[in-house]
Design a protein around this ligand. Structure first.
Ligand code: EPZ
Length: 417
C-alpha cells in the first residue's frame, strides 16, 4: 500500500494551479442521469472518487468517455440497470447522489445504504424523507434503499438540518417532478449553486440556489449541456494552510476566493498576508503563526473539511487554538496521530484545545480519512526529520497529484509503495 515520505522544514514557495472541485464533480456527474442527451464536464479533477463514480454510472448503462482535454462526456440515453451496488457504494458515500435522479428519471432506483464512516454515523434519513415527501414509495431491505414513483410531485420540504448532498439529491429529483418544490433550510454550499447552474443550462427551472430556500419548478424533460466545474475550495484552503504552517509564500491560480472567505479570514487571523485577486490567491507567512479558534458550521461559516488542516497550523502556532467541530461527531482522529508528531492537543467531546509547540518531530503516522490525511501532510511538512504517512489512498480520493504540486512548491515529498 502506498505511503508518503516527507522531509519537513522547507517553507513552501512558488505557484500552482488549483483543480476542479471533487464535491461539485460528483453531483454534477449524477446530473447526467436526468437526461438522455450528452452532458460534458470540463475542469474535471482526476481523483479516485471520480473514477468510482464513472464505474458506478457505467454499470447503470451511462456512456462515459474522456475527451482530449480530459473533460468528461456522459450520456444516459438508456439506463438498463438503475442500481448502485454495495461494492461501489461502500467505497464512496457520495454514491447516494444517484438516488434522486434515478427515481425522477426512471421511476425506480435501488441504492445500497452507504453504511458507517470514520468521521461519523452519517445517516441518509433526510434524503429518504425528502423523496417520500415528493411522492416516492421507499423501502429499505437487506441494506438497500428501493424507491418507486410513477412521477414525483412537487412539495414543500423543510429540512431538519442542513445537508449538502441531501439538498443536491432533492434539488435534482425536483427538476423532473410535477409542479413546484420548495426546499427550506437548504445547504448554501457553493457546490450546490454550481450544480444548480449546470441543471439550469440543462433546462431546469431553479431559483435561490446558494441561499437557504431553493425553489424548483419541475419540467417534463431536461436536455444536454456543457459545464465547467468550479475550483476546489477545500484543496485551495489546504495548500494555503500548508504554506502558512511552513512559513512560506505561494500563489494559487484557478482559485475562487469568494468561496472560502471564512478560511481566508482565519488564515489572516493567524498572521498570514492574504491577497485575493481574480482567480488567484497569494499567501505569505513571515512570522510564527498565531493560534486561532475555529468553530465549524454549514456554509458560509468555517467548513468542517478544513478543520483538520487548521489544527495542523495551530499545532505549531504561538499560543492556543480552540477547535469546535459541530458537523461530524468523530472528526478528531487526526489529533491522535498529530500527538505522535509531538503536538499538544486535549480533546473533550467535540472540542479540541491545541497548545502550539515550537517544533514537531517526524514519525510514522496513519491516515484515517481524506481531510485527516491532508492535515498529516501539513504536519509532516513542518516537522523536523522524516514523517511517513500510511494509508494515503484516503488522500487520493480528494487531492489530484498532491505530492507533485507540493514538490512544485519545493516540498521534499515522495510516494513509496
Ligand atoms: C458533504 O457530505 C461533503 N461531501 C462532505 O465532504 C462535507 O464534510 C459535508 O458535506 C459537510 O460540509 C460531498 O459533498 C460529497 P451532510 P454530506 O449531509 O452531504 C447529518 C470531504 O472531505 N445528516 O451535509 O454527506 C450528517 O450526519 C467530505 O470531501 C443526517 O443526519 O454531509 C452530518 O452530521 C467529507 N441525515 C450533517 O447532517 C441525513 O440524511 C451534515 O452532513 C443527512 C445528513
Amino acid at each position: 500500500m502506498d505511503k508518503l515520505l516527507i522531509q519537513g522544514g522547507v517553507p513552501l514557495a512558488g505557484e500552482i494551479r488549483v483543480s476542479g472541485a471533487k464535491n461539485a464533480a460528483l453531483p454534477l456527474m449524477c446530473a447526467a442521469l436526468l437526461t438522455e442527451d450528452e452532458l460534458t464536464l470540463s475542469n474535471v479533477p482526476h481523483l479516485r472518487d471520480v473514477s468510482t463514480m464513472v464505474r458506478l454510472l457505467s454499470q447503470m448503462g451511462v456512456e462515459v468517455s474522456l475527451d482530449d482535454r480530459l473533460g468528461l462526456s456522459l450520456r444516459a440515453a438508456r439506463l438498463s440497470n438503475p442500481t448502485a451496488p454495495y461494492e461501489l457504494v461502500k467505497t464512496m458515500r457520495a454514491s447516494i447522489l444517484v438516488l434522486g435522479p434515478l427515481v425522477a428519471r426512471c421511476g425506480e432506483a435501488r441504492v445500497s445504504l452507504p453504511g458507517g464512516c470514520a468521521i461519523g454515523t452519517r445517516p441518509v434519513d433526510l434524503h429518504i424523507k425528502g423523496l417520500e415527501a415528493l411522492g416516492a414509495e421507499i423501502s429499505v431491505e437487506q441494506g438497500y434503499i428501493s424507491a418507486k414513483a410513477k412521477r414525483l410531485k412537487g412539495a414543500r420540504l423543510v429540512m431538519d438540518l442542513v445537508t449538502v448532498t441531501g439538498t443536491e439529491n432533492l434539488m435534482m429529483a425536483a427538476c423532473l417532478a410535477e409542479g413546484t418544490t420548495v426546499i427550506e433550510n437548504a445547504a448554501r454550499e457553493p457546490e450546490v449553486a454550481d450544480l444548480a447552474q449546470c441543471l439550469t443550462a440543462m433546462g431546469a427551472r431553479i431559483r435561490g440556489a446558494g441561499s437557504d430556500v431553493v425553489t424548483v419548478d419541475g419540467v417534463a424533460r431536461l436536455r444536454g449541456a456543457s459545464h465547467r466545474i468550479m475550483a476546489d475550495r477545500i484543496e485551495t484552503g489546504t495548500f494555503l494552510a500548508a504554506a502558512a504552517a511552513t512559513g512560506g509564500s505561494v500563489t494559487l491560480h484557478g482559485a475562487n476566493p469568494g468561496t472560502l472567505e471564512a478560511v481566508l479570514e482565519k488564515l489572516r487571523e493567524s498572521g498570514a498576508e492574504v491577497r485575493a485577486g481574480d482567480g488567484t490567491i497569494a499567501l505569505a507567512m513571515r512570522d510564527r503563526p498565531r493560534g486561532v479558534n475555529v468553530r465549524t458550521a454549514p456554509y458560509p461559516a468555517f467548513p468542517t473539511d478544513m478543520q483538520a488542516q487548521l489544527m495542523a497550523l495551530d499545532a505549531i502556532a504561538d499560543g492556543t487554538g480552540v477547535i469546535t467541530e459541530t458537523i461530524f461527531e468523530n472528526r478528531f482522529m487526526h489529533a491522535l496521530e498529530m500527538q505522535r508528531l509531538g503536538a499538544d492537543i486535549e480533546i473533550s467531546g467535540n472540542t479540541a484545545v491545541v497548545h502550539g509547540v515550537r517544533q514537531l518531530q517526524g514519525a510514522n503516522v496513519m491516515a484515517t480519512d481524506l481531510r485527516a490525511s491532508a492535515s498529516l501532510v501539513i504536519a509532516g511538512l513542518v516537522a523536523e526529520g522524516e514523517t511517513r504517512i500510511d494509508r494515503i489512498y484516503h488522500l487520493d480520493r480528494g487531492y489530484e497529484c498532491i505530492e507533485e504540486k507540493l514538490a512544485q512548491l519545493g516540498a521534499r515529498i515522495r510516494r513509496v509503495t
